[in-house]
Write a protein that binds this ligand. Structure first.
Ligand code: BGC
Length: 751
């Protein structure tokens, strides 16, 4: 084991000199390397173990854990990655071998083990996008996906996975919505929390990111979000708080943007007050790559670790931090706290007890394919299905498949989270530099469809020639048009329309053949001007490395679709709180403000408040069978609302329904008419029924009060609504009465 190895002091000094050249090296304190280190006693708490190591560390050793490097050469800064890092990886920190503290190897991101683009990518399994997993409304699926990618992360030799993206969707044009989990704090927080737990079940650390309010990419390095504390705690921060509670991440990554005038990575409010003090976070805060802007201010305001040298202007947590500590600008107690937090998480999650060593050969790609495929199948949302056009009839003789390279593969989102598929991409396009390339995973919808109807003639057309595509459509029994929207980190989409003339393509095809099914692969909501003329539409998101197979299974009814939208699909951009995207098109380094005037009324809450009719509401999702809800009952036990109900499958096929419980105050004043209070995905055979129940998190019935740092539940009546989506006309409801109650900042009853 690493910590028992005999290492000469000379070797250590040479290694240290090579790795940390910016300041003088202190002689390490003497530690017997033969005896097991006291901190390797697993009976001690992570806190005790971290303290024991800390006592032995020199200032230079401490600094090593606080400043890390990009795991990829950056020509623009004449930077070469440390040789000990993994090629084309996200990050690296030197450990302290003499104390048994391993190096930290960091990989992006939320859908699998990513690679920076270049010649040496690691080929891995990709889950469907984060928003797709949120569309499953299924915590078990989210956990299993996390466990799968965490195991690949370990097999590739990474001990920190930069996952856990949960910036709620305030901005449907945000280029990173595909990495996140939609617009609702409860759904997003629980899904991402489950994924983090899954990742960390592999004895590695996962992050939770991007803390906080990095809700658009345009101007992400310079914009300043204005939001009041109450609205913040009831929206974006609530999603992060729930994900933190459910997932217990070892690390939190602070964001690029400013919040109320201060950079997120040096915000005393965000880091010290909310995250560490109020929420009791014990792990470490790492900066996003290029998000550290100072030494003393950042360290004192709660940043524990600077990531990704050379992205920042300076090595703020290198020699400058050493000097700040020696001068007393950063106290020794705070300096130790920074290191202790890193060590604490490394002990708590098994990074030190079960060190990683790369063994990619051990990855069971076949088993992992089943995990990603299940996630994709659970995530697909049947948006529309007139006259039961779907599932497809296997007797069709001529099937046309049009557009989106559906002959070879399925689309994935771009940027640092890009996973490279096993066997290489089926098609590569997009920008040649970051956030490109645009990759299609080699899971061909065409092949998967053809395999199911060997007798039929299945013809592909790329969709570039509208007249030819329409002609093919007219000659076919059924038409599958694949329409897509590539989104990527660092760039937002200019509007919610499908790019590249695809609306005209769908329109032309649908006019030629009413039996047109649109399969969408998008990062988030898009407009659908052609919706009225197509027979059916399926939102397949970015469906991951088994996407083609999953799409075919849903289209042919081998899987009954059960995904529901985790975000509102607006009817037009004019319905949004900010009809025009602030700061777009981006002027590099231009400072501007994005004012969240909608406060906590995000997504369906905004649409409810303003009485707007979306294209598709939050929670929407059809099935090949039908469901009925009945028997809704709600009572209050120890202050908590329990709602129980019966779900019946009234159709003739097995399927899954997502029962959604919303809460609405009768007299109390909230930011919007109602909130999602709980949900249950229920699986039912044809004709079967089940009773299910949810307990509503009391924060979702309260209003956060800044002065007292408590959640106040107002005395009065509350409507408990059982619905199939946020605008369900058939929703049933009952009333419960609540007495006045106060909860602490974390939602625990105090009165
Ligand atoms: C992204 C992070 C990512 C990091 C490392 C940044 O640009 O915002 O999400 O983890 O790069 O690649």
């Amino acid at each position: 084991m690493v910590f028992r190895k005999k290492i000469s002091l000379l070797t250590i000094a040479v290694a240290l000199a090579a790795t940390v050249p910016a300041f003088a090296i202190e002689a390490p304190k003497k530690v017997s390397v033969d005896a097991p280190h006291a901190w390797m006693n697993k009976k001690l708490s992570p806190e005790q173990r971290a303290n024991l190591v800390l006592k032995e560390m020199t200032i230079d050793e401490k600094l090593k854990l606080l400043m890390g490097y990009f795991g990829h050469d950056a020509d623009w800064k004449e930077f070469k990655r440390p040789v000990e890092s993994y090629p084309q990886s996200a990050g690296f920190f030197y450990g302290i071998p003499r104390l048994g503290i391993p190096n930290i190897w960091e990989a992006d991101a939320g859908i699998g083990v990513a690679s920076q683009s270049g010649p040496i990518v690691r080929e891995a399994t990709a889950l469907p996008s984060g928003i797709a997993t949120a569309a499953t409304w299924d915590l078990k699926t989210a956990y299993e996906g996390g466990a799968m990618i965490g195991s690949e992360s370990r097999s590739f030799g990474f001990n920190v996975q930069l996952a856990g993206g949960v910036n709620i969707m305030r901005e449907p044009r945000n280029g990173r919505n595909f990495e996140y989990a939609g617009e609702d704090p409860l759904l997003a927080g629980q899904i991402v929390g489950a994924q983090i737990r899954g990742i960390q079940s592999n004895q590695i650390v996962s992050t939770l990111k991007h803390y906080a309010f990095n809700d658009q990419e345009t101007g992400r390095f310079s914009l300043d979000v204005k939001i009041d504390d109450q609205s913040a705690r009831m929206s974006d921060l609530l999603a992060l708080q729930i994900a933190k509670e459910e997932g217990n991440p070892g690390s939190v990554m602070c964001a690029y943007n400013r919040v109320n005038g201060v950079y997120a990575c040096e915000s005393d409010y965000l880091l010290n007050e909310v995250l560490k003090k109020d929420w009791g976070f014990k792990g470490w805060v790492m900066s996003d790559w290029g998000a550290t802007h100072s030494t003393t201010q950042a360290a004192n305001n709660g940043l524990d670790q600077q990531s990704g040298i050379p992205f920042d202007h300076s090595e703020y947590f290198g020699g400058a931090l050493k000097e700040a500590v020696q001068n007393g600008w950063v106290s020794e107690a705070r300096f130790d706290d920074m290191v202790r937090r890193v060590l604490h998480a490394m002990f708590e999650f098994g990074v030190i007890d079960n060190p990683v060593s790369p063994n990619p050969g051990a990855i069971n790609f076949k088993a992992h394919a089943a995990v990603t495929q299940k996630d994709a199948e659970e995530s697909m949302v049947l948006l529309k299905n007139d006259n039961k056009l779907l599932p497809l009839n296997k007797t069709a003789k001529k099937i046309a498949i049009i557009g989106s390279h559906a002959d070879v593969g399925v689309l994935s989102g771009g940027g640092s989270s890009q996973v490279y598929p096993v066997g290489g991409a089926a098609f590569k396009g997009g920008p040649s530099v970051f956030p490109g390339p645009m990759l299609y995973y080699p899971s061909s919808p065409l092949k998967a469809i053809q395999a199911r109807v060997p007798q039929a003639s299945v013809t592909y057309h790329d969709g570039s020639d509208l007249a030819a595509a329409a002609k093919l459509a007219a000659e076919s029994d059924v038409v599958l048009v694949f329409a897509n929207q590539w989104t990527a980190e660092s760039i937002d989409v200019p509007n919610l329309s499908l790019p590249d003339n695809q609306d005209a393509l769908v329109d032309a095809v649908a006019k030629a053949n009413a039996k047109t099914v649109v399969v969408l692969q998008t990062g988030g909501p898009v407009l659908m001007p052609w919706l009225g003329s197509v027979g059916a539409a399926v939102e397949a998101w970015y469906p991951g490395t088994q996407g083609g197979e999953a799409i075919a299974r849903v289209l042919f009814g081998e899987v009954n679709p059960s995904g529901h939208l985790p975000a509102t699909f607006p009817a037009s951009e004019s319905q949004l709180p900010r009809p025009v995207l602030d700061g777009y098109p981006e002027v590099r380094n231009a400072r501007f403000t994005v004012e969240y005037k909608e406060g906590a009324a995000v997504g369906y809450k905004w649409f409810d408040l303003k009485g707007l009719k979306p294209l598709f509401p939050f929670g929407h999702g059809l099935s090949y069978t039908e469901f009925a809800f009945s028997n809704l009952k709600a009572d209050v036990k120890k202050g908590l609302i329990n709602a129980s109900f019966t779900v019946k499958n009234t159709g003739s096929l097995a399927g899954k329904e997502v029962a959604q419980v919303y809460v609405a105050p009768v007299t109390a004043k909230w930011e919007s008419p109602k909130r999602l209070g709980g949900f249950q995905k229920v699986e039912l055979k044809a004709g079967a029924s089940k009773t299910a129940s949810v307990v509503v998190d009391p924060r979702l019935v309260g209003v956060y009060e800044t002065a007292s740092k408590t959640w106040k539940i107002a005395e009065g009546d509350y409507k408990i609504i059982l619905a199939a989506d946020a605008t369900d006309a058939n929703a049933s409801s009952v009333i419960v009465h609540l007495g006045a109650m106060t909860l602490d900042v974390n939602g625990k009853f105090i009165q």
